[in-house]
Design a protein around this ligand. Sequence first.
Ligand code: DLL
Length: 437
Amino acid sequence: MNRIFNEKYECMNKRDKFDLQSERLRDVVQRVYCNVPWYRRKMEDVGIKPDDIKDINDIVKLPFTEKKDLRENYPFGSFALPNKNIVRVHASSGTSGKLTVVGYTKHDLANWAECCARGLYGVGVDEESIIHIAYGYGLFTGGLGIHYGGEYLGAMVVPVSSGNTPRQIMLLEDFKADTICCTPSYAIFLSEEAKKIGKDPRQFALKYGFFGAEPWTEEMRNKIEKAYLIKAYDIYGLSEITGPGVATECFYQCGSHVQDDMFYPEIINPESGLQLSYGEEGELVFTTLLKEGMPLIRYRTRDVGSITDEICKCGRTSVRLRKITGRYDDMIIVKGVNVFPSQIETALLNCDERVTSNFRVVLDRVNNLDIMDIEIELATGVAFDEVREIEKLTAKVASTVASEIGVTCNIKLISSGKLLTKEGEKIKRVLDNRNNK
Ligand code: DLL
């Protein structure tokens, strides 16, 4: 399988890519310096002028951008062009209430559509395909982002959006989509709901799925692939940088190809801010090389990742992103041990068929001690005749999870369907009540 949508950029040799990225970096730095007052101030603070940036390696001289910079300039203060040039806005919600707003010009939307088209086409989606999009439509970038990528390919796009699971099942059956796009947690939920009403998700016409917007593990991939008999691909992105499609897996499922002619990835040490080498794990940082509406320089994603520049079997030369294991913001420190929710997911998927991987961590502080409860949904239809049975299962889950994460926790098994707050939306894995104490 070797389908390349845009060979010039996706398979560009390293030398040419270096030149292209260097030229685009010089240009974007110039644009933000001239058009975004707070960027100019940030650069002046570290004594950098656009002329100091000669090639892409000089990127390390530039200051980072953080979510708080965007919040402080809410809503439109980070745009590099007047509002008359902005044709769409999206926004992502954060913990502190105010949204992070992103503005796009016509060109930005066209480039974003191409990013998604490259990803979809790369594994087999084309104008013959029917794409069922169950990511939310609206300020969230998931729905509309992939939507335009699919249309750009000439595929038939079904903009179902999130929610109303019975209708999703009906449309999958009737329209016979070969491609589904939704969060991985919703993919599992949807397959379980279909089974509950006597439908076998393996009988849908689906062949490909593009899952992202939240971290998911290889175990989850196996589960989804088996549930639907499809190939499950990772699609990564964030609204600040554009939305879904910043990086997407190819047929070989060995890391997501970053569209690095448009977005320059770096991995940094989250404490020191120093750039790390290929293969090392750290915080993922992106610079938008082409964006006009709201270009960002060295934007700190808070995502934990690593990148490689090894050429992929598919022939693309772009840098690949290893599966994101979590966010530094979601990292829980309990009793001095760092725990990522993805580790809990791995443990649960390898544990016992009676428990699902739908879980929520609730952190509390009692007498100055951290308490970690993990609420886990039981599989559909699981019931216990005896208290002893549930105690045995709880103990089994507790020991599997403890050996994966390295600390003990309280396991609470709850009935199925309790945790998914709004169907298809990003799952919130951690509820930290410790700061309220
Ligand atoms: O979630 C964009 C998106 C939509 C990507 C649909 C893929 C599919 P935001 O709402 O701004 O944008 O959230 C971005 O979600 O920084 C990651 O923490 C997380 N994330 C996105 N994709 C993945 C993925 C969209 N494939 C934040 N794996 C990012 C792990 C992901 N985490």
